[in-house]
Design a protein around this ligand. Structure first.
Ligand code: ATP
Ligand code: MG
Length: 442
């Protein structure tokens, strides 16, 4: 077991005491008599110094020879030292190298490789992703990510939502056939799920308020800064709610995530040079609603070519959201732009009762949601109108034949939210092992 964490030493809990530290060598330098390392663990870093006269020749020699990323256990005295990063320094009394690094194969990710890599995006760093995870930026990113997951769970659980799991092997499409991953399934074909939604709707009459955080799979051919082929999807479904009420949940959730990050991860965000004032703004303010038609007019007035009826792709969302001060909801998309399950607006059959939440600073869509087509008659009409096969969706039709009720929900791209709130250049930066059309390794 490990009992002492570097962050606790740095906050002064062990001043003047002897401690046992376990961690990895991050940096190393010294002379024939005195040697310094920066030790890191999951909580931080601390400078440690060892002298030949204290350690003895053999131990000092081993210490000096230990390469970057060797794991060590050391005993030492905690000194307050203003000059050291974090304000403390350990004078080492004894040290053992636990996992040595072979001098023939030193740790490949050097600080210069990181600096020249435009934020960790080179192929080299992706090839070495299994090692890149332990760099300070990625460690912090994973910690922020964990807080985002925690915030989503706490948001829904505080509101008495039930966490519910849907299958990942499915027979039909949710988001259209072009991004379906087909998998052989005992002589038949199956697909990896694009969304939890259709199976969540089946449980809606049982649970009424339900959510999940699960992977969704989409065969995105084009590689963009916001698409993965496997991404983490936080989805919710709620009975008896309309589009405006569902948006309210989405807004509260995103504001709750922002608040949680300010409480739990301010230091990490600052280390990414993130302006915390922005996150405060996203946490504290209401998010405006805007109809799709208004967004199209705005884009047209900016000289962007867009025809009514087109879905907004990234290039358009980027322009539209560049000057947003907070996230904005876009509502009432044309029916032709959206899949069959979106409920047609009873006031105007050209539109559906849906929403996308677009994040500012050019990030664009982070949530897609809305009311569902909920009567049997309407769903059959929409399925046939869109040319969707009835057979794999029979269960979905059945739900409406036995006590259908108005309901809806949304899906939030967790990786996209992490990317936006951390100010990442690319969605790859926020997930440990990113998957895209070219990469399934390591
Ligand atoms: P886009 O138009 O950006 O491809 P979409 O409209 O297909 O997204 P939805 O089907 O509405 O996305 O999915 C709900 C949410 O899931 C999106 O708002 C987004 O945050 C996230 N998402 C969708 N596809 C991806 C992907 N390939 N990688 C990461 N997140 C995604
Ligand atoms: Mg969408």
């Amino acid at each position: 077991m490990k009992n002492v964490w570097i962050s606790d030493v740095q906050t002064g809990q062990f001043d003047g005491q002897s401690v046992e530290l376990k961690g990895w060598i991050k940096r190393s330098r010294g002379s024939s008599k005195i040697h310094f390392i920066v030790l890191r663990d999951s909580t931080g870093t601390i400078q440690c110094v060892g002298k030949r006269e204290d350690l003895g020749d053999e131990s000092f020699q081993n210490f000096k020879a230990a390469l970057i990323e060797s794991s060590v256990i050391l005993h030492g005295h905690v000194n307050v030292d203003e000059r050291a990063e974090g304000g403390h320094e350990i004078s080492i009394q004894s040290i053992s190298i636990i996992g040595a690094v072979d001098a023939e194969r030193p740790f490949p990710i050097t600080e210069s490789a990181m600096v020249s890599s435009d934020g960790g995006e080179t192929e080299f760093l992706l090839d070495n992703r299994h090692l890149y995870l332990r760099t300070s930026r990625m460690t912090k990113m994973l910690q922020v990510r964990s807080s985002v997951f925690g915030a989503i769970h706490s948001y829904f659980r505080q509101r008495k939502f039930t966490e519910y799991q849907a299958p990942n092997f499915v027979a039909g499409a949710v988001e259209g056939g072009s991004t379906l991953f087909e998998v052989p399934y005992f002589g038949k074909k199956a697909y990896l799920t694009q969304s939890w939604q259709l199976y969540a709707e089946a449980a809606m009459p049982a649970l009424e308020r339900l959510y999940t955080i699960a992977p969704s799979f989409r065969a995105e051919k084009s590689r963009t800064r916001r698409h993965l082929t496997e991404f983490w999807h936080a989805e919710m479904e709620v009975a008896w709610a309309n589009n405006a009420e569902i948006m309210q949940y989405g807004e509260e959730l995103v504001r709750h995530i922002s608040t949680t990050l300010l409480e739990e991860r301010s230091e990490e965000l600052k280390s990414f040079d993130r302006d915390l004032g922005l996150i405060e703004r996203y946490a504290e303010n209401q998010y405006p609603r805007m109809r799709y038609d208004e967004a199209v007019e705005t884009l047209q007035s900016m000289g962007i070519e867009i025809e009514w009826g087109q879905d907004l792709d990234y290039s358009k969302e980027k322009v539209l959201t560049q000057d947003f001060d907070v996230p904005h909801f876009l509502t009432h998309y044309p029916k032709v732009a959206k899949p069959f399950y979106h409920r047609v607006d009873p006031d105007d059959g050209n539109y559906v009762l849906c929403h996308d939440l677009l994040a500012p600073e050019g990030y664009g869509e982070i949530i897609g949601g809305g009311e569902r087509t909920w009567t049997e008659e309407e769903i059959l009409h929409r399925i046939d109108e869109e040319g969707v096969p009835r057979e794999p969706n029979q269960f979905y039709i059945d739900i409406r034949s036995y006590g259908g009720v108005p309901h809806g929900g949304f899906g939030l791209g967790v990786d996209r939210v992490c990317s936006w709130l951390t100010g990442a250049e690319h969605i790859r930066e926020v997930i440990p092992f990113p998957r895209d059309s070219r990469r399934v390794t390591p």
